[in-house]
Design a binder for this molecule. Structure first.
Ligand code: SAM
Length: 252
């Protein structure tokens, strides 16, 4: 059960960031392959915009892409050392604003100022209380047609109700939050007048478990509002494998 304190310990102190997070893109054949092949096709309809908020940027693996898609990029991370690394890396980009938070607060963001919120490969490690805190505040931070793309855990869908634990044949190999599911995310949105418009359940780094979910959400009544569409994508890693093969062909 990942806690905010454990996340802080790992990402701020223990993890050595050998390639600034780019090491996690190797299964795709690199950061560009993962961005252009996997992430950008899923978010391109919602950008460019005036203001993007990135939650949990780490050393800026996606910040370097997001900064090209807005006039103002705000990044918020729990780890001071991650924010320091981002400040150094993006020193010449005067349209980026940086904040260290307590793992839950968005109090530093003005209300009705965020057109697009993005977080990838980070909030998979946070439990429902953190997701709830962020969604509750995002409902106020969004502009009327704001949109969010949040990569979160779905491993809680496999928790056995009678024991409150994962059955032994389900391995939580990637330190996913066991209290989070796609369904719970949708419910948390509804509670604060947000609505999910797409949820893609995916098998991240595994053949058997739909351990993660990409949820796209927006304020009720926004230009993007529609009935939620759910895609159970058991072949997500095929996408990574395919991109990896392509990169061997078309990069140096
Ligand atoms: C695995 S790293 C990924 C960083 C970046 N998204 C990437 O893909 O390279 C996880 C990041 O999430 C941040 N983080 C974890 N929990 C957080 C929370 N509750 N609020 C804000 N940041 C958090 C960590 O400090 C770390 O920078």
């Amino acid at each position: 059960m990942p806690t905010i304190e454990q996340n802080l310990q790992i990402w701020d102190r223990k993890y050595e960031w050998p390639q600034g997070g780019e090491e996690w893109s190797s299964a795709w054949g690199g950061v560009e392959a993962q961005w252009y092949g996997t992430i950008f096709p899923r978010i391109h309809s919602f950008v460019p915009v005036s203001t993007i908020l990135e939650i949990a940027p780490g050393y800026g693996r996606w910040t370097q892409m997001l900064k090209q898609l807005c006039e103002h990029l705000v990044v918020v991370d729990l780890s001071e050392s991650c924010i320091t690394a981002c400040k150094q890396h993006f020193a010449s980009d005067t349209h980026i604003t940086y904040h260290v938070n307590d793992g839950k607060s968005l109090a530093m963001i003005p209300d009705r100022s965020v057109d697009f919120v993005f977080t990838f490969d980070s909030l998979v490690h946070v439990e429902g209380d953190v997701i709830e805190a962020y969604l509750t505040q995002l409902a106020r931070k969004f502009t009327p047609d704001g949109v969010g793309f949040i990569h979160h855990s779905n491993v809680g869908a496999y928790v056995d109700d009678s024991t409150g634990m994962l059955p032994s044949y389900i391995k939580n190999e990637h330190w996913r939050a066991e209290s989070m599911t796609a369904r719970h995310f949708k419910k948390l949105c509804s509670a604060v007048d947000l609505q999910c418009i797409s949820q893609e359940l995916i098998n991240w780094g595994t053949d058997v478990v739909l351990n993660d979910c990409f949820s796209v959400f927006t304020p009720l009544g926004s230009a993007w509002a529609r009935t939620n569409r759910v895609f159970v994508n058991k072949r997500f890693m095929d996408e990574a494998n395919y991109l990896f093969r392509m990169m061997q062909m078309y990069t140096a």
